[in-house]
Write a new protein. Structure first.
Length: 368
């Protein structure tokens, strides 16, 4: 009896040990099989910083041994500063550069000796031969894609990262939160019926004298299309690029969204994001509406010009911006939806900082 009990106990212990050290395998958004021998303890983070923090949860940054710094610190300086205050370790994490300005260093990634490299799909594509060097060093790479702005890729990215990092419950809850929000949006839209409103989005970074990017098949463009809006950039550009001023005037958009952020050294940009002042945001928006011919656009005439946080696209919280855009396309169907409150609630639940600032803002509140 004692012998049988010993054998049974030993078998149970061995089973637990085997499961504790079993490989973790996922399929990423590129269809690649990614396997790690255990939950990674050393991570190099290439992008999707807030999504990583939300999915992995408390202690997430303790695992990060290097990251692409400028695409966070320079693109979202106010946001970064808040995280730096909440997570002091952030200021001492080494930088590996980024693919956007060709500073990404495969040597620095390899030197950091990570158990996992997290890359956005666009960075993975840009690295080319560098991927082979990293993989040859035995470093697993998982590719995420929130830029595509599809439920499928948002969910796949979230669940893959959660499984790899041993936080499947958080990942499943975040994925469900996203799916439920999009289902609610779709349900309201179907009940409202089709809209004929034309939509123009512009990256309001360089000031009104220079036309910023609009979005065709990705980011804001993909989001508008999924909401049933008529994106005037569709068919004119691919992922992103500027539209001609003459084309915008000829299209007569009913809604204009100026995508602003916290950019450094961009004194004429539409200031949106953490720490933004609504009065300053509206002042910068006003300058755009004084462009030649814009006073005759339906959006400007009717006060349907809005600021929206560019940093909010391509994230697990971007359903809030979908709500905001949908609220302008179908006002009656979304009259009880408060996107500004929802973004605050999301940060309160999932992230270590508060959403204090301007994230969605109509211009017309000041104009009336």
């Amino acid at each position: 009896m004692i012998k049988k009990l010993f054998i049974s106990t030993l078998a149970a212990v061995l089973t637990l040990a085997a499961s504790a050290f079993a490989d973790i395998t996922v399929t990423d958004v590129k269809g690649r099989t990614v396997t790690v021998p255990k939950v990674p303890e050393r991570v190099v983070l290439g992008f999707y910083y807030e999504d990583y923090l939300a999915i992995v949860g408390p202690g997430a940054l303790d695992k990060v041994v290097a990251l692409s710094l400028s695409t966070w610190k320079d693109w979202r300086p106010n946001q970064f500063a808040l995280y730096e205050k909440a997570l002091p370790k952030l200021s001492s994490i080494p930088d590996v550069g980024n693919t956007e300005d060709n500073t990404f260093s495969t040597e620095k990634v390899i030197a950091a000796k990570p158990d996992l490299l997290i890359l956005a799909a666009w960075s993975y594509d840009a690295l080319g031969e560098g991927i082979k060097q990293i993989e040859a060093a035995g470093i697993p790479i998982v590719v995420l894609d929130y830029n595509a702005q599809t439920v499928e890729k948002h969910v796949a990215s979230t669940l893959a990262l959660g499984k790899l990092m041993g936080t499947e419950d958080r990942a499943k809850a975040l994925a469900k939160n996203y799916q439920d929000a999009i289902i609610d949006i779709d349900t309201r839209i179907k009940a409202a019926g089709p809209t004929a409103k034309k939509v123009y989005v512009e990256l309001a970074q360089k000031g009104p004298a220079e036309v910023g990017n609009s979005y065709g098949n990705s980011m804001w463009g993909a989001l508008i299309g999924s909401l049933g809006g008529a994106n005037i950039a569709k068919g004119q550009i691919g992922n992103w690029g500027p539209l001609s001023p003459e084309y915008v005037l000829a299209q007569k958009p009913d809604l204009i969204f100026l995508a602003g952020s916290e950019w450094l050294n961009k004194p004429q940009s539409v200031a949106v994001g953490f720490g933004a002042d609504p009065a300053v945001t509206r002042e910068r928006m006003k300058a755009y509406m004084q462009r030649p011919g814009w006073s005759e656009l339906p959006a400007v005439k009717n006060g349907d010009v809005f600021a929206i946080y560019h940093g909010g696209a391509r994230t697990l919280s971007d359903y809030v911006y979908a709500q905001f855009i949908a609220k302008q396309l179908y006002p009656a169907a979304f009259k009880d939806v408060d996107p500004a409150k929802n973004i605050a609630d999301y940060y309160a639940k999932w992230l270590p900082i508060k959403a204090d600032g301007v994230f969605v803002l109509p211009y017309k509140a000041e104009a009336q």
